[in-house]
Design a protein around this ligand. Structure first.
Ligand code: AMP
Ligand code: GLY
Length: 438
Protein backbone atom coordinates (compact mmCIF):
# COMPACT_ATOMS: atom_id res chain seq x y z
CA UNK A 1 0.00 0.00 0.00
CA UNK A 2 2.02 2.95 -1.30
CA UNK A 3 1.22 6.19 0.52
CA UNK A 4 2.53 9.64 -0.37
CA UNK A 5 2.91 12.01 2.58
CA UNK A 6 3.36 15.75 2.04
CA UNK A 7 4.98 17.99 4.68
CA UNK A 8 7.99 17.97 7.00
CA UNK A 9 7.00 19.07 10.50
CA UNK A 10 6.44 17.15 13.71
CA UNK A 11 2.81 16.76 12.65
CA UNK A 12 3.97 14.94 9.52
CA UNK A 13 6.47 12.86 11.53
CA UNK A 14 3.50 11.79 13.68
CA UNK A 15 1.45 11.09 10.54
CA UNK A 16 4.32 9.00 9.13
CA UNK A 17 4.48 7.01 12.38
CA UNK A 18 0.71 6.42 12.38
CA UNK A 19 0.69 5.38 8.72
CA UNK A 20 3.62 3.00 9.19
CA UNK A 21 1.88 1.26 12.09
CA UNK A 22 0.07 -0.55 9.31
CA UNK A 23 2.67 -3.12 8.15
CA UNK A 24 1.35 -2.99 4.57
CA UNK A 25 2.17 0.70 4.16
CA UNK A 26 5.14 1.71 2.01
CA UNK A 27 5.71 5.40 2.68
CA UNK A 28 7.02 8.02 0.24
CA UNK A 29 7.48 11.60 1.37
CA UNK A 30 7.59 15.01 -0.30
CA UNK A 31 9.17 17.32 2.28
CA UNK A 32 10.24 20.98 2.30
CA UNK A 33 13.31 19.90 4.31
CA UNK A 34 14.85 16.55 5.15
CA UNK A 35 13.03 15.65 8.37
CA UNK A 36 15.08 12.76 9.81
CA UNK A 37 12.05 11.23 11.53
CA UNK A 38 10.03 11.03 8.33
CA UNK A 39 13.06 9.82 6.35
CA UNK A 40 13.44 6.91 8.74
CA UNK A 41 9.90 5.75 7.95
CA UNK A 42 10.03 6.44 4.20
CA UNK A 43 11.12 4.16 1.37
CA UNK A 44 11.84 7.23 -0.77
CA UNK A 45 11.61 10.99 -0.39
CA UNK A 46 12.10 14.22 -2.31
CA UNK A 47 12.70 17.77 -1.15
CA UNK A 48 9.91 19.99 -2.48
CA UNK A 49 8.35 23.10 -1.05
CA UNK A 50 4.83 22.44 0.20
CA UNK A 51 3.20 24.50 -2.55
CA UNK A 52 5.30 23.12 -5.41
CA UNK A 53 2.42 21.25 -6.96
CA UNK A 54 4.43 20.49 -10.11
CA UNK A 55 7.10 18.62 -8.15
CA UNK A 56 4.58 16.81 -5.94
CA UNK A 57 2.53 15.75 -8.95
CA UNK A 58 5.59 14.47 -10.87
CA UNK A 59 6.73 12.51 -7.82
CA UNK A 60 3.23 11.05 -7.44
CA UNK A 61 3.28 9.99 -11.10
CA UNK A 62 6.51 8.08 -10.57
CA UNK A 63 5.34 6.36 -7.37
CA UNK A 64 1.65 5.77 -8.17
CA UNK A 65 0.48 5.76 -4.55
CA UNK A 66 -2.94 4.40 -3.57
CA UNK A 67 -3.34 7.36 -1.19
CA UNK A 68 -1.88 10.83 -0.62
CA UNK A 69 -1.95 12.34 2.88
CA UNK A 70 -1.42 16.07 3.36
CA UNK A 71 -0.06 17.59 6.56
CA UNK A 72 0.11 21.38 6.01
CA UNK A 73 -2.44 23.78 4.54
CA UNK A 74 -0.22 25.34 1.84
CA UNK A 75 -0.51 22.55 -0.75
CA UNK A 76 -4.24 22.21 -0.05
CA UNK A 77 -4.95 25.92 -0.50
CA UNK A 78 -2.77 25.89 -3.64
CA UNK A 79 -4.84 23.03 -5.16
CA UNK A 80 -2.58 19.97 -4.85
CA UNK A 81 -5.53 17.65 -4.20
CA UNK A 82 -7.31 18.78 -7.38
CA UNK A 83 -4.19 17.86 -9.39
CA UNK A 84 -3.60 14.50 -7.68
CA UNK A 85 -7.26 13.46 -7.88
CA UNK A 86 -7.10 14.29 -11.58
CA UNK A 87 -4.24 11.73 -11.73
CA UNK A 88 -6.55 9.19 -10.07
CA UNK A 89 -4.94 9.33 -6.61
CA UNK A 90 -7.35 9.31 -3.63
CA UNK A 91 -6.43 12.10 -1.19
CA UNK A 92 -6.77 12.70 2.53
CA UNK A 93 -7.15 16.47 2.38
CA UNK A 94 -9.67 18.83 0.78
CA UNK A 95 -9.67 20.32 -2.71
CA UNK A 96 -8.74 23.95 -3.30
CA UNK A 97 -12.32 25.26 -3.30
CA UNK A 98 -12.90 23.62 0.11
CA UNK A 99 -9.53 24.60 1.59
CA UNK A 100 -10.67 28.21 1.17
CA UNK A 101 -12.29 27.64 4.53
CA UNK A 102 -8.81 28.17 6.00
CA UNK A 103 -7.38 30.20 3.12
CA UNK A 104 -9.93 32.99 3.39
CA UNK A 105 -11.32 34.20 6.70
CA UNK A 106 -14.08 36.17 4.96
CA UNK A 107 -15.14 33.05 3.03
CA UNK A 108 -15.34 31.13 6.34
CA UNK A 109 -17.37 33.80 8.17
CA UNK A 110 -19.55 34.35 5.10
CA UNK A 111 -20.27 30.61 4.75
CA UNK A 112 -21.59 30.37 8.31
CA UNK A 113 -23.65 33.53 7.87
CA UNK A 114 -25.11 32.47 4.50
CA UNK A 115 -26.13 29.03 5.78
CA UNK A 116 -27.54 30.28 9.08
CA UNK A 117 -24.92 28.38 11.12
CA UNK A 118 -24.44 29.71 14.66
CA UNK A 119 -20.93 30.39 15.98
CA UNK A 120 -19.93 33.65 14.30
CA UNK A 121 -19.23 36.68 16.45
CA UNK A 122 -20.49 40.01 15.04
CA UNK A 123 -18.29 40.62 11.99
CA UNK A 124 -17.94 42.39 8.67
CA UNK A 125 -15.51 41.97 5.76
CA UNK A 126 -14.02 44.99 4.03
CA UNK A 127 -12.30 45.04 0.63
CA UNK A 128 -12.05 48.86 0.75
CA UNK A 129 -11.88 51.28 3.73
CA UNK A 130 -15.47 52.42 3.07
CA UNK A 131 -17.47 52.19 6.29
CA UNK A 132 -14.52 50.72 8.19
CA UNK A 133 -14.19 53.50 10.75
CA UNK A 134 -17.91 53.56 11.57
CA UNK A 135 -17.97 49.80 12.06
CA UNK A 136 -14.89 49.84 14.31
CA UNK A 137 -16.47 52.54 16.45
CA UNK A 138 -19.66 50.52 16.70
CA UNK A 139 -17.77 47.37 17.83
CA UNK A 140 -15.36 48.83 20.38
CA UNK A 141 -13.12 45.92 21.48
CA UNK A 142 -12.42 44.08 18.22
CA UNK A 143 -10.14 41.69 16.38
CA UNK A 144 -8.80 42.61 12.93
CA UNK A 145 -7.78 39.81 10.56
CA UNK A 146 -6.10 39.86 7.18
CA UNK A 147 -8.23 37.72 4.89
CA UNK A 148 -5.62 35.28 3.48
CA UNK A 149 -3.04 32.85 4.89
CA UNK A 150 -0.59 34.88 6.96
CA UNK A 151 1.13 32.18 8.99
CA UNK A 152 -0.58 33.38 12.18
CA UNK A 153 0.76 36.91 11.74
CA UNK A 154 -2.31 38.52 10.17
CA UNK A 155 -4.42 38.84 13.32
CA UNK A 156 -4.44 41.77 15.78
CA UNK A 157 -6.38 41.46 19.01
CA UNK A 158 -7.76 44.32 21.14
CA UNK A 159 -5.92 44.58 24.44
CA UNK A 160 -2.87 42.71 23.08
CA UNK A 161 -1.89 44.53 19.90
CA UNK A 162 -4.66 47.10 19.52
CA UNK A 163 -5.43 49.65 22.22
CA UNK A 164 -7.85 51.98 20.46
CA UNK A 165 -10.15 52.25 17.47
CA UNK A 166 -7.42 54.37 15.86
CA UNK A 167 -4.94 51.44 16.21
CA UNK A 168 -7.48 49.03 14.70
CA UNK A 169 -8.22 51.41 11.84
CA UNK A 170 -4.54 51.89 11.08
CA UNK A 171 -3.87 48.14 10.92
CA UNK A 172 -7.03 47.40 8.90
CA UNK A 173 -6.17 50.15 6.41
CA UNK A 174 -2.62 48.84 6.04
CA UNK A 175 -3.93 45.34 5.26
CA UNK A 176 -6.30 46.73 2.62
CA UNK A 177 -3.51 48.90 1.17
CA UNK A 178 -1.42 45.71 0.89
CA UNK A 179 -4.08 44.29 -1.42
CA UNK A 180 -5.95 41.98 0.98
CA UNK A 181 -9.48 42.19 2.32
CA UNK A 182 -9.86 42.47 6.07
CA UNK A 183 -12.30 40.87 8.50
CA UNK A 184 -13.25 42.92 11.54
CA UNK A 185 -15.01 41.13 14.36
CA UNK A 186 -16.19 41.51 17.91
CA UNK A 187 -13.62 40.50 20.53
CA UNK A 188 -14.83 37.43 22.41
CA UNK A 189 -13.97 36.51 26.00
CA UNK A 190 -13.46 32.88 26.91
CA UNK A 191 -11.19 29.85 26.65
CA UNK A 192 -9.97 28.45 23.36
CA UNK A 193 -9.98 24.81 22.31
CA UNK A 194 -9.24 22.85 19.17
CA UNK A 195 -11.75 20.32 17.93
CA UNK A 196 -10.36 18.40 14.97
CA UNK A 197 -13.00 16.37 13.16
CA UNK A 198 -12.32 13.81 10.46
CA UNK A 199 -14.72 14.22 7.53
CA UNK A 200 -15.44 12.30 4.35
CA UNK A 201 -18.22 14.72 3.42
CA UNK A 202 -20.93 12.42 4.80
CA UNK A 203 -19.69 11.28 8.22
CA UNK A 204 -17.89 13.39 10.81
CA UNK A 205 -15.82 11.91 13.64
CA UNK A 206 -14.27 14.08 16.36
CA UNK A 207 -10.80 13.62 17.76
CA UNK A 208 -10.32 14.33 21.47
CA UNK A 209 -10.59 18.07 22.19
CA UNK A 210 -7.18 19.66 22.69
CA UNK A 211 -6.00 22.94 24.19
CA UNK A 212 -3.03 24.52 22.42
CA UNK A 213 -0.79 27.25 23.90
CA UNK A 214 0.00 29.89 21.31
CA UNK A 215 2.05 32.30 23.42
CA UNK A 216 5.81 31.80 23.49
CA UNK A 217 6.39 32.08 27.25
CA UNK A 218 5.07 30.66 30.50
CA UNK A 219 1.87 32.17 31.86
CA UNK A 220 0.72 32.94 28.29
CA UNK A 221 3.15 35.83 27.95
CA UNK A 222 5.08 36.92 24.88
CA UNK A 223 4.38 36.79 21.18
CA UNK A 224 2.11 34.33 19.39
CA UNK A 225 3.72 31.22 17.92
CA UNK A 226 2.57 28.26 15.84
CA UNK A 227 1.79 26.58 19.18
CA UNK A 228 4.18 25.77 22.04
CA UNK A 229 2.37 22.68 23.22
CA UNK A 230 -1.02 21.18 23.94
CA UNK A 231 -2.82 18.78 26.25
CA UNK A 232 -5.87 16.52 26.12
CA UNK A 233 -7.74 14.54 28.77
CA UNK A 234 -8.75 10.87 29.23
CA UNK A 235 -12.45 11.75 28.74
CA UNK A 236 -11.61 13.56 25.46
CA UNK A 237 -13.20 16.78 26.76
CA UNK A 238 -11.38 19.62 28.56
CA UNK A 239 -11.73 20.60 32.21
CA UNK A 240 -13.19 24.06 31.47
CA UNK A 241 -15.85 22.86 29.03
CA UNK A 242 -19.42 22.01 30.04
CA UNK A 243 -21.40 19.08 28.68
CA UNK A 244 -22.93 21.18 25.87
CA UNK A 245 -19.79 22.78 24.50
CA UNK A 246 -18.35 19.87 22.52
CA UNK A 247 -21.76 18.91 21.15
CA UNK A 248 -22.28 22.51 20.03
CA UNK A 249 -18.85 22.62 18.36
CA UNK A 250 -19.48 19.29 16.62
CA UNK A 251 -22.89 20.53 15.39
CA UNK A 252 -21.28 23.67 13.90
CA UNK A 253 -18.64 21.62 12.08
CA UNK A 254 -21.21 19.14 10.78
CA UNK A 255 -23.28 21.97 9.31
CA UNK A 256 -20.12 23.50 7.81
CA UNK A 257 -19.22 20.15 6.21
CA UNK A 258 -22.65 20.06 4.52
CA UNK A 259 -22.66 23.76 3.60
CA UNK A 260 -19.26 23.38 1.92
CA UNK A 261 -20.56 20.65 -0.38
CA UNK A 262 -23.58 22.78 -1.26
CA UNK A 263 -21.29 25.70 -2.10
CA UNK A 264 -18.61 23.84 -4.04
CA UNK A 265 -20.25 20.63 -5.27
CA UNK A 266 -17.42 18.56 -3.71
CA UNK A 267 -17.38 16.55 -0.49
CA UNK A 268 -14.92 17.63 2.23
CA UNK A 269 -12.36 14.85 2.74
CA UNK A 270 -9.80 15.33 5.46
CA UNK A 271 -9.69 17.23 8.74
CA UNK A 272 -12.01 20.08 9.67
CA UNK A 273 -10.16 21.67 12.56
CA UNK A 274 -12.29 24.22 14.35
CA UNK A 275 -10.53 26.72 16.57
CA UNK A 276 -13.35 27.42 19.02
CA UNK A 277 -13.83 29.61 22.05
CA UNK A 278 -16.05 28.60 24.94
CA UNK A 279 -17.78 31.79 26.09
CA UNK A 280 -20.45 32.49 28.70
CA UNK A 281 -22.93 32.75 25.82
CA UNK A 282 -21.93 29.39 24.30
CA UNK A 283 -19.38 28.12 21.79
CA UNK A 284 -18.06 30.53 19.15
CA UNK A 285 -15.90 29.83 16.12
CA UNK A 286 -12.57 31.66 15.77
CA UNK A 287 -11.38 29.99 12.60
CA UNK A 288 -11.27 26.75 10.64
CA UNK A 289 -8.12 25.01 9.49
CA UNK A 290 -8.26 22.45 6.69
CA UNK A 291 -5.72 20.05 8.26
CA UNK A 292 -4.57 18.56 11.55
CA UNK A 293 -3.21 21.06 14.07
CA UNK A 294 0.46 21.17 14.94
CA UNK A 295 1.04 20.25 17.84
CA UNK A 296 -2.55 18.99 18.21
CA UNK A 297 -1.91 16.16 15.70
CA UNK A 298 0.53 14.57 18.16
CA UNK A 299 -2.09 14.60 20.94
CA UNK A 300 -4.81 13.08 18.75
CA UNK A 301 -2.78 10.58 16.72
CA UNK A 302 -0.91 9.61 19.89
CA UNK A 303 -4.11 8.07 21.32
CA UNK A 304 -5.78 6.95 18.08
CA UNK A 305 -6.42 3.20 18.26
CA UNK A 306 -7.93 2.82 14.80
CA UNK A 307 -5.57 2.00 11.92
CA UNK A 308 -4.87 5.45 10.50
CA UNK A 309 -3.78 4.27 7.03
CA UNK A 310 -7.07 2.41 6.47
CA UNK A 311 -9.00 5.28 8.02
CA UNK A 312 -7.37 7.89 5.76
CA UNK A 313 -8.04 5.72 2.68
CA UNK A 314 -11.67 5.28 3.78
CA UNK A 315 -11.98 9.09 4.11
CA UNK A 316 -10.60 9.56 0.59
CA UNK A 317 -13.12 6.98 -0.69
CA UNK A 318 -16.06 8.27 1.41
CA UNK A 319 -16.33 5.08 3.49
CA UNK A 320 -15.76 6.65 6.91
CA UNK A 321 -19.14 5.37 8.17
CA UNK A 322 -17.74 1.82 8.02
CA UNK A 323 -15.23 2.69 10.74
CA UNK A 324 -15.61 2.71 14.49
CA UNK A 325 -12.93 5.32 15.18
CA UNK A 326 -11.47 4.81 18.65
CA UNK A 327 -9.16 6.87 20.85
CA UNK A 328 -7.60 5.49 24.02
CA UNK A 329 -8.92 7.04 27.26
CA UNK A 330 -5.56 8.62 28.10
CA UNK A 331 -4.33 12.13 28.84
CA UNK A 332 -1.64 13.62 26.60
CA UNK A 333 0.84 16.47 27.00
CA UNK A 334 2.85 17.62 24.00
CA UNK A 335 5.60 20.23 24.40
CA UNK A 336 7.68 21.89 21.74
CA UNK A 337 11.38 22.65 22.11
CA UNK A 338 12.15 25.78 20.10
CA UNK A 339 15.43 27.63 19.41
CA UNK A 340 16.36 30.48 21.74
CA UNK A 341 14.97 33.74 20.38
CA UNK A 342 11.94 32.02 18.78
CA UNK A 343 9.66 33.29 17.28
CA UNK A 344 11.00 36.80 16.54
CA UNK A 345 14.75 36.16 16.35
CA UNK A 346 15.20 32.40 16.44
CA UNK A 347 18.78 31.13 16.42
CA UNK A 348 19.57 28.98 13.42
CA UNK A 349 22.10 26.19 13.13
CA UNK A 350 22.37 25.32 16.83
CA UNK A 351 23.31 21.70 17.47
CA UNK A 352 20.83 19.44 19.24
CA UNK A 353 21.76 16.22 20.99
CA UNK A 354 19.39 13.54 22.15
CA UNK A 355 20.24 11.04 24.87
CA UNK A 356 18.58 7.83 23.62
CA UNK A 357 18.73 6.04 26.99
CA UNK A 358 17.11 8.95 28.82
CA UNK A 359 14.51 9.31 26.09
CA UNK A 360 13.61 5.66 26.15
CA UNK A 361 13.36 5.52 29.95
CA UNK A 362 11.15 8.66 29.94
CA UNK A 363 8.39 6.76 28.12
CA UNK A 364 7.81 9.85 25.94
CA UNK A 365 7.71 9.96 22.14
CA UNK A 366 9.82 12.42 20.19
CA UNK A 367 8.95 14.06 16.88
CA UNK A 368 11.32 16.02 14.68
CA UNK A 369 10.14 19.33 13.24
CA UNK A 370 12.37 22.11 11.91
CA UNK A 371 15.65 20.18 12.15
CA UNK A 372 18.02 18.57 9.70
CA UNK A 373 21.01 16.23 9.88
CA UNK A 374 24.21 17.66 8.47
CA UNK A 375 27.57 15.84 8.75
CA UNK A 376 26.11 13.56 11.40
CA UNK A 377 24.90 16.44 13.55
CA UNK A 378 21.29 17.39 14.25
CA UNK A 379 20.82 21.12 13.63
CA UNK A 380 17.95 23.49 14.39
CA UNK A 381 16.68 25.28 11.28
CA UNK A 382 15.06 28.21 13.10
CA UNK A 383 11.42 27.27 13.71
CA UNK A 384 9.88 24.87 16.24
CA UNK A 385 12.51 22.14 16.52
CA UNK A 386 11.34 19.06 18.41
CA UNK A 387 8.05 17.98 19.93
CA UNK A 388 7.84 15.60 22.87
CA UNK A 389 4.64 13.74 23.73
CA UNK A 390 3.79 12.13 27.07
CA UNK A 391 0.72 9.96 27.59
CA UNK A 392 -0.79 8.67 30.82
CA UNK A 393 -3.85 7.68 32.82
CA UNK A 394 -3.87 11.21 34.27
CA UNK A 395 -2.77 14.59 33.00
CA UNK A 396 -0.05 14.69 35.67
CA UNK A 397 1.39 11.37 34.52
CA UNK A 398 1.40 12.57 30.90
CA UNK A 399 3.03 15.86 31.94
CA UNK A 400 5.77 14.08 33.91
CA UNK A 401 6.57 11.83 30.98
CA UNK A 402 6.75 14.78 28.59
CA UNK A 403 9.02 16.64 31.05
CA UNK A 404 11.35 13.63 31.33
CA UNK A 405 11.42 13.38 27.53
CA UNK A 406 12.29 17.07 27.23
CA UNK A 407 15.21 16.50 29.63
CA UNK A 408 16.67 13.95 27.21
CA UNK A 409 17.18 16.71 24.62
CA UNK A 410 20.03 19.22 24.88
CA UNK A 411 20.70 22.33 22.82
CA UNK A 412 20.13 26.07 22.71
CA UNK A 413 16.41 25.51 23.05
CA UNK A 414 13.58 26.41 25.36
CA UNK A 415 10.09 25.08 26.03
CA UNK A 416 7.07 26.03 28.14
CA UNK A 417 7.16 24.09 31.39
CA UNK A 418 3.66 25.12 32.45
CA UNK A 419 1.78 23.17 29.76
CA UNK A 420 -0.39 20.47 31.36
CA UNK A 421 0.30 21.65 34.93
CA UNK A 422 -2.54 21.68 37.45
CA UNK A 423 -1.92 25.39 38.06
CA UNK A 424 -2.45 26.34 34.43
CA UNK A 425 -5.48 24.09 33.95
CA UNK A 426 -7.01 25.50 37.15
CA UNK A 427 -6.51 29.02 35.82
CA UNK A 428 -8.54 28.12 32.71
CA UNK A 429 -11.27 26.49 34.82
CA UNK A 430 -11.52 29.51 37.14
CA UNK A 431 -11.57 31.92 34.21
CA UNK A 432 -14.49 30.06 32.61
CA UNK A 433 -16.35 29.71 35.92
CA UNK A 434 -16.00 33.45 36.50
CA UNK A 435 -17.29 34.29 33.00
CA UNK A 436 -20.23 31.92 33.36
CA UNK A 437 -21.21 33.46 36.73
CA UNK A 438 -21.42 37.01 35.32
P1 AMP B 1 -7.30 33.06 14.12
O1 AMP B 1 -6.10 32.93 13.21
O2 AMP B 1 -8.49 33.60 13.43
O3 AMP B 1 -7.58 31.81 14.90
O4 AMP B 1 -6.84 34.09 15.25
C1 AMP B 1 -5.64 33.92 15.99
C2 AMP B 1 -5.88 34.12 17.46
O5 AMP B 1 -6.50 35.39 17.68
C3 AMP B 1 -6.86 33.11 18.06
O6 AMP B 1 -6.21 31.94 18.46
C4 AMP B 1 -7.39 33.90 19.25
O7 AMP B 1 -6.48 33.86 20.33
C5 AMP B 1 -7.44 35.30 18.74
N1 AMP B 1 -8.80 35.61 18.21
C6 AMP B 1 -9.23 35.41 16.94
N2 AMP B 1 -10.51 35.83 16.80
C7 AMP B 1 -10.89 36.30 18.00
C8 AMP B 1 -12.11 36.89 18.51
N3 AMP B 1 -13.16 37.12 17.74
N4 AMP B 1 -12.13 37.24 19.82
C9 AMP B 1 -11.06 37.06 20.61
N5 AMP B 1 -9.89 36.53 20.21
C10 AMP B 1 -9.80 36.15 18.92
N1 GLY C 1 -1.63 24.77 16.63
C1 GLY C 1 -2.32 25.64 15.77
C2 GLY C 1 -2.41 25.21 14.38
O1 GLY C 1 -2.03 24.13 13.99
O2 GLY C 1 -2.94 25.99 13.57
Amino acid sequence: MKVLLVGAGAREHALAQSLRRNPLVELHAAMPHANPGIKAYAKSSIIASADDIGAISLYAKSIRPVLAVFGPETPLVAGAVDVLEEQGIPCFGPRKALARLEGSKSFCRGLLAKHGITGNPRFRSFATPDGLEDYLELLGPCVVKADGLAGGKGVRVWGDHLHSTADALKFARSVIAGGSAVVVEEKLEGEEFSLMSISDGKTLVDCPAVQDHKRAFEGDAGPNTGGMGAYSMPDHSLPFLNSHDLKAAHAITEKVMKALEKETGSPYKGVLYGGFMATAQGVRLLEYNCRFGDPEAMNALGVMETDFAYLALAVAQQRLAEFDVKFAPLATVCRYLVPNGYPDAAQKGGEITINPTALSSSGASLYYASVEERSGKLLALGSRAIAVLGKGESLEEARKKAAAGINAVKGQLFSRQDIGTQALVQKRVSHMAQLRKK
